[in-house]
Design a binder for this molecule. Structure first.
Ligand SMILES: C[S@@+](CC[C@H](N)C(=O)[O-])C[C@H]1O[C@@H](n2cnc3c(N)ncnc32)[C@H](O)[C@@H]1O
Length: 304
């Protein structure tokens, strides 16, 4: 079964398969199923896969494409519960685990959940519809200090204070902040004042990078992405058999830092051996054919 790549193109595919060291008949967990491209390749190489995703849309998509493939089992769940999910599915130890973080192309372009500043959609940004808090709640209920903290911590945005303050001012005069275009308007109102004299091209560059960082920060907060990652990869290390592999692909520096520090911690205690001294990056050809791969960094370890 070849999955439809319009849902999501798997990143660093040959590199993932090599890093996982797939052996026929062994068991692997794909902690971030998405469009199923990595799972499909693991199965083609002889592995059996337990695949997890928070997003029911991803699970439904892959299930309908794969129809009862006996070597793939899918679970809707959060990878921060990976130990429980494995146990419930009869697995105590596994041969390899993959985390391919972030969002699928379908979530960004086709889910209608407001993940991108390029589309006017409702401010939702939840990967799982089971989660209670969405982006609209955060933007309308957080204090100025809380907003400042998420913007400065998760986007490292230099105008975080001014953007947080502009959101609070908009709330005071009862402007409804319900849609992505409302956030775009507020961020633009801040940038217009600061970068008034810049030529258009430079202004647009600053506008776009600020918006993508602010949207990223809100999304990280809505989905508790960094705490889930830390919990998930620690549990994953415990779940591995001796010689099992853990492969993690991240897309921004905050994620990569957590992965690097967690690997260093376990390596210093003799639990794992880091096999990627430096992160593996996509080659030029992959970045050209799939621009979303450009920020990917793959790190992998072997359990001792
Ligand atoms: C980049 S996509 C994975 C793409 C996939 N490897 C492929 O080849 O199609 C990331 C996926 O991870 C899921 N995800 C993100 N955080 C998660 C979490 N804490 N638990 C489970 N799934 C998560 C997202 O819903 C999304 O479908």
């Amino acid at each position: 079964m070849i999955l439809n790549s319009s849902f999501h193109l798997p990143v660093l595919l040959p590199e993932v398969i090599k890093a996982l060291n797939i052996i026929k008949g062994n068991i692997y967990i794909d902690a971030t199923l998405g469009g199923g491209g990595h799972s499909e390749e693991i199965i083609k190489n002889g592995g059996n896969v337990l695949a997890i995703d928070k997003d029911q849309g991803a699970i439904n998509f892959v299930k309908s494409a794969w129809r009862n493939n006996t070597r793939l089992r899918t679970v809707e769940g959060n990878f921060k519960d990976i130990t429980n999910i494995a146990q419930k599915n009869g697995l105590q130890n596994v041969d390899g685990i993959l985390f391919d973080l972030g969002l699928s192309s379908f979530q960004i372009d086709g889910s209608g959940r407001g993940f991108s500043y390029l589309r006017d959609e409702r401010l939702d940004m939840r990967m799982s519809m089971e989660d209670k808090v969405d982006a609209e709640d955060i933007i309308n209920k957080y204090s100025i200090e809380q907003l400042y903290e998420i913007f400065s911590k998760y986007s490292e945005e230099i105008n975080s204070r001014a953007i947080a303050s502009a959101i609070i001012s908009a709330r005071r005069i009862k402007i409804n902040i319900k849609r992505t275009k409302d956030i775009v308007g507020i961020v633009e109102s801040v940038l217009n004042k600061i970068y008034l004299r810049l030529p258009n091209r430079d202004y647009n560059q600053i506008r776009n990078s600020t918006l993508s960082r602010i949207f990223q920060a809100i999304r990280i907060e809505v989905n508790s992405e960094l705490s889930n990652l830390e919990i998930g990869i620690k549990q994953a290390i415990n779940l591995l058999k001796s010689n099992g592999r853990l492969v993690v692909i991240s897309y921004h520096s905050l994620e990569d830092r957590i992965i690097k520090l967690t690997f260093e911690h376990y390596q210093s205690r003799g639990v794992i051996s880091t096999l990627s001294k430096k992160p593996i990056r996509p080659k030029y050809d992959e970045i050209i054919s799939n621009p979303r791969s450009r920020s990917a960094k793959l790190r992998f370890i072997r359990k001792i």
